[in-house]
Design a protein around this ligand. Structure first.
Ligand SMILES: Nc1ncnc2c1ncn2[C@@H]1O[C@H](COP(=O)(O)OP(=O)(O)OP(=O)(O)O)[C@@H](O)[C@H]1O
Ligand SMILES: CC(=O)N[C@H]1[C@@H]2OC[C@@H](O2)[C@@H](O)[C@@H]1O[C@H](C)C(=O)O
Length: 360
């Protein structure tokens, strides 16, 4: 298999923990080989700068430079790539008003690293009426085919926000509306992390250990599920802070009870999201940091009634999947292929988003 080129994909996710960079060899249609990867964490001080910039539509140079420098540092640990896919850091997302903002300038990275950079993946999609997210579904589709699956499955990404891709791997073209259905499912780790930080001074609930000790408040979970977002038909996407009221709803609970209830809300929102799938999936594979949360995984098994497993069971690295996805999408942009479709973002027609910047 000599096909494809080595591409480095970079993702700085909503949980603000750091920059993931992962290399894959791809032609933008299939995945031939996964290569090296690196994680460059943001320091506490850097996280504070980024957190303060959340919601802004025009970040000050202090913020954009921080993002560009962190990515350049991460990429300096890798070599052998011919192309970079650079997502940037989402600071604000408002598809209803056709705008989304990923901070960080790809043309600067192209100069610094001496390689072409595909970036600004979401703007074209929202400008054509799409949600601008999720964009990983075309990669999920490729992975399900590489894994040789022969029945529909669901891939759930549990990062700061949750998103779900229903994939029918028997259909080769990801643009075909029967191949994919994708949408954001609700908040995932973001509210759990926020509460862990505020109440316990910890970054996240390691292994779901705190949630395991708490009593779930079923009334709060039921009330959470009445939010109009869950009844809304896909496509739909979320901003990190769209569910701010959720944190307030657990304010009166003890620490473990509050974390357990937030964790149950994440699981319940994924289970509710399955109602939108055209057919019952044969399994649910979890990617993103939430798959390390054993309490959440157990709740998902109970709430969905499906076989729930980490994406590792298909042979992929769940910590690197999003970064790999932006490598895959960069290759698609370079090859003139679509990166989103009506079935993934609700965009009016399949389009290839992303700007290409080449070093001068
Ligand atoms: N061992 C663990 N136990 C419990 N939770 C964990 C563990 N490891 C990671 N997480 C959770 O996963 C989060 C990171 O997930 P991930 O890296 O998928 O998010 P992201 O890429 O920043 O977000 P998004 O996909 O929304 O952009 C952490 O902030 C934490 O909440
Ligand atoms: C606007 C934005 O950055 N959205 C992210 C976020 O993090 C998870 C979820 O919300 C998803 O919609 C998306 O990222 C993934 C990688 C995506 O586009 O597929």
């Amino acid at each position: 298999m000599g096909a494809g080129i080595w591409v480095a994909g970079c993702m700085s996710g909503t949980s603000l923990d750091g920059v993931d960079v992962a290399m894959i060899r791809t032609d933008g249609v299939s995945l031939f080989e996964a290569g090296d990867h690196v994680f460059r964490p943001y320091s506490e001080a850097e996280q504070a700068v980024l957190r303060a910039a959340l919601g802004s539509w025009d970040a000050p140079s202090e913020v954009t430079e921080l993002i560009e420098t962190a990515h350049a540092e991460a990429l300096s640990h890798l070599d052998g790539y011919e192309l970079i896919g650079f997502h940037g850091q989402t600071l604000a997302h408002d598809p209803a008003n056709r705008r989304t903002y990923q901070a960080g300038d790809g043309s600067i990275l192209a100069e610094v690293l001496g390689a072409p950079v595909v970036w600004d993946f979401r703007t074209a999609d929202v400008q054509m009426g799409g949600q601008g997210a999720p964009l990983a579904p075309f990669y999920h589709h490729a992975l399900a085919r590489v894994a040789g699956l022969d029945a529909p499955v669901v891939i759930v990404n549990l990062g700061g926000v949750g998103n779900m891709t229903y994939v029918d791997p028997r259909i080769a073209d990801p643009v075909n509306p029967a191949a994919l259905l994708a949408f954001d499912t609700g908040p995932a780790n973001a509210p759990i992390n926020d509460l862990m930080r505020d109440r316990m001074g910890r970054a996240f609930d390691e292994g779901g250990a705190v949630a395991a000790l708490g009593a779930v408040n079923a009334d709060i979970v039921a009330d959470f599920l009445t939010a109009p977002f869950f009844a809304k038909m896909p496509p739909k996407s979320l901003d990190r802070n769209d569910f701010h009221a959720l944190l307030a709803s657990v304010a009166e609970l003890d620490d473990a009870g509050a974390i357990a209830t937030l964790t149950a809300c994440v699981s319940a929102s994924v289970a509710a999201s399955l109602n939108h799938c055209p057919h019952k999936p044969s399994a649910l594979y979890v990617t993103g940091g939430g798959r390390h949360n054993d309490t959440l995984m157990a709740m998902l098994t109970r709430d969905t009634g499906l076989h729930v497993a980490p994406i590792e069971d298909l042979g992929f690295d769940g910590d690197m999947l999003e970064a790999q996805a932006f490598a895959f999408l960069a290759a698609r942009v370079l090859n003139g292929l679509a990166t989103s479709a009506p079935s993934t973002t609700g965009v009016s027609a399949a389009i290839g988003g992303g700007r290409v910047s080449r070093p001068t």
